[in-house]
Design a protein around this ligand. Structure first.
Ligand code: NAP
Length: 488
């Protein structure tokens, strides 16, 4: 049986589009992207909350082969990023490869044929020689199960499912959570709401963002002299790598970064008691370092209140904290993050021996060889999970490195015969992961804090524990001896 397509990609966000782009650039045309929504963009399509923007500079948060000389600001806003992705699709004729409203619910490896059967929610089946999973780690929103949550009479929604029909003007609004999404939402809604209660469980480390508009002069320069933009991109990239040293054990850089963040807090928040509550008590970088120019000053506003007493319960008209205070609330925004570490991608990914990968990972924790291939699940590659996330630089760089590896994998597969499959050897995968987990020793991520980087057993299944240059080296050349090549 000939598969319908040589490659199937799941997800038309950054990961899936980078994969498609690289396939196209390599001269391949037999691929399909399954996208569950009616539009491309992934997280940049779904997150439309006020102030949604990228906290990685646009210079590096863009695809290497698709520079954009027309970014409007140093840190791009969600509409600009979505527009960029749409332009990439149009410019590279990728739309014809995308199957929208195609929510994949099952994957099954057909050993005899050496291909995957892909089933969508409506039962439609497609076969592909190789499957690439690019669903992203941040699409499974978490709303904590607060006591009384269902009794709340006002509107309530997660930051990633912003309710645009809900007018916040003059309302008493609660934002629960103070992570990357909350710090963008708070300053953007504070001026219009009557009262804003910010419920903080753990204060984040917040560094200066230094966002600015890109002038038309700069845009013209970048348009006419692309090498200049490439040069600035390189500088930005290496600066991020340098600052990343703070996370992987360099105490000097760590102290420098902490001191800059604390000075910023002192300068931007007037009230000493509020400053104290906003001061993090864990090592910088253990949780994601946030960048903002306007979050701290929001707490100088008379209508913004920082609440640090834990939430006891939610009632019909408000939130009660454990100190007994009742906070009257009309609208609740859950900026409470995503389930990233306990990866539950689909209902089923049935590998060579019929085991569902999700059941396997529930026992072992998510793991793959270089975050990409999984033993027992041949002809399959992950893009961006597990252990390929970053706390210091652009994940697009990781995806591009990963695709360099995946394309070599695909070439090896294609050269091995029609029904061949490539399976990473279990012992090789195990050794790679043991080594990876060891590399967390001495890093900030192992310094003891609760973060979405860890799964429920305390295993870091999301981050790559080194700088991106090391990952680039590790994925630059495939070693075919790492794989069992079955040619039937
Ligand atoms: P997050 O950073 O995980 O923040 C979740 C917040 O909710 C934390 O403050 C957490 O407190 C709090 N929380 C969770 N459960 C709670 C509970 N039961 N009671 C009280 N508070 C609770 O989530 P996020 O802000 O959505 O961001 C997630 C990730 O998305 C980011 O780290 C980033 O990678 C990405 N993101 C990126 C951008 C960007 O600009 N590129 C923007 C937004 C998001 P604790 O800290 O105590 O757990």
């Amino acid at each position: 049986m000939n598969p319908t397509y040589q490659v199937g990609i799941i997800g038309a966000g950054f990961g899936g589009l980078i994969a498609a782009l690289k396939l196209k650039h390599s001269g391949r045309s037999s691929f399909v992207i399954f996208e569950r929504a009616a539009e491309i963009g992934g997280t940049w399509r779904d997150n439309v909350y006020p102030g949604c923007a990228c906290d990685v500079p646009s210079l590096v948060y863009s695809i290497a082969t698709e520079p954009n000389p027309d970014w409007n600001s140093a840190f791009s806003k969600q509409p600009d990023i979505l527009r960029y992705l749409k332009n990439v699709v149009a410019k590279n004729d990728l739309a014809e490869h995308i199957r929208f409203d195609s929510d994949i619910t099952g994957l099954e490896f057909l050993e005899e044929e050496g291909c995957w059967q892909v089933t969508d929610r409506n039962g439609a089946m497609t076969t592909v020689k190789m499957i690439m999973l690019a669903t992203g780690p941040l699409n499974r929103p978490v709303i904590p199960n607060f006591k009384g949550l269902e009794t709340f009479k006002g509107k309530k929604f997660h930051s990633s499912a912003w309710d645009n029909t809900c007018d916040l003007k003059g309302k008493r609004v609660a934002v629960i959570g103070t992570g990357a999404s909350a710090i963008q939402i708070v300053p953007n809604i504070a001026p219009e709401v009557a009262h804003l209660s910010v419920f903080q469980r753990t204060p984040a480390w917040i560094a200066p963002r230094n966002d600015r508009k890109i002038s038309s002069f700069e845009k013209t320069l970048f348009n006419y002299f692309p090498f200049m933009q490439r040069g600035f991109r390189e500088l930005r990239y290496w600066l991020a790598e340098f600052l990343g040293k703070a996370f992987v054990g360099n105490e000097t850089v760590s102290k420098l970064s902490s001191s800059i963040a604390l000075q910023k807090l002192k300068k931007e928040v007037n009230d000493q008691k509020i400053r104290q509550k906003l001061t993090p008590q864990y090592k910088i970088g253990c949780k994601r370092v946030l960048l903002s120019d306007d979050y701290y000053p929001a707490f100088n506003r008379p209508n913004v209140q920082l609440i640090t007493d834990p939430i006891d319960q939610i009632t019909a008209n408000g939130i009660v904290t454990t100190d007994g205070n009742i906070h009257p609330i009309d609208v609740i925004v859950f900026a409470t993050g995503f389930e990233a570490a306990d990866i539950k991608v689909y209902t089923k990914i049935l590998g060579k021996n019929g085991t569902n990968l999700i059941d396997l990972w529930a026992m072992t924790g998510a793991q793959a060889y270089h975050g990409t291939t999984v033993s027992g699940y041949p002809n399959l590659a992950f893009i961006l999970e597990p252990n390929t996330g970053l706390g210091h630089n652009s994940v697009l760089h990781m995806m591009e490195s990963q695709m360099t590896y995946i394309l070599q994998y695909l070439t090896l597969l294609e050269n091995s015969g029609d029904t061949a499959y490539l399976d990473i050897q279990e012992a090789i995968q195990k050794a790679c992961n043991e080594n990876l987990q060891k590399q967390f020793d001495g890093t900030v991520w192992a310094s003891g804090c609760r973060s979405w980087y860890m799964n429920k057993n305390g295993l870091n299944t999301t981050l790559y524990p080194r700088l991106t240059v090391q990952y680039r080296k590790e994925t630059e050349k495939i070693n075919k001896n790492d794989y069992q090549i079955i040619t039937h």
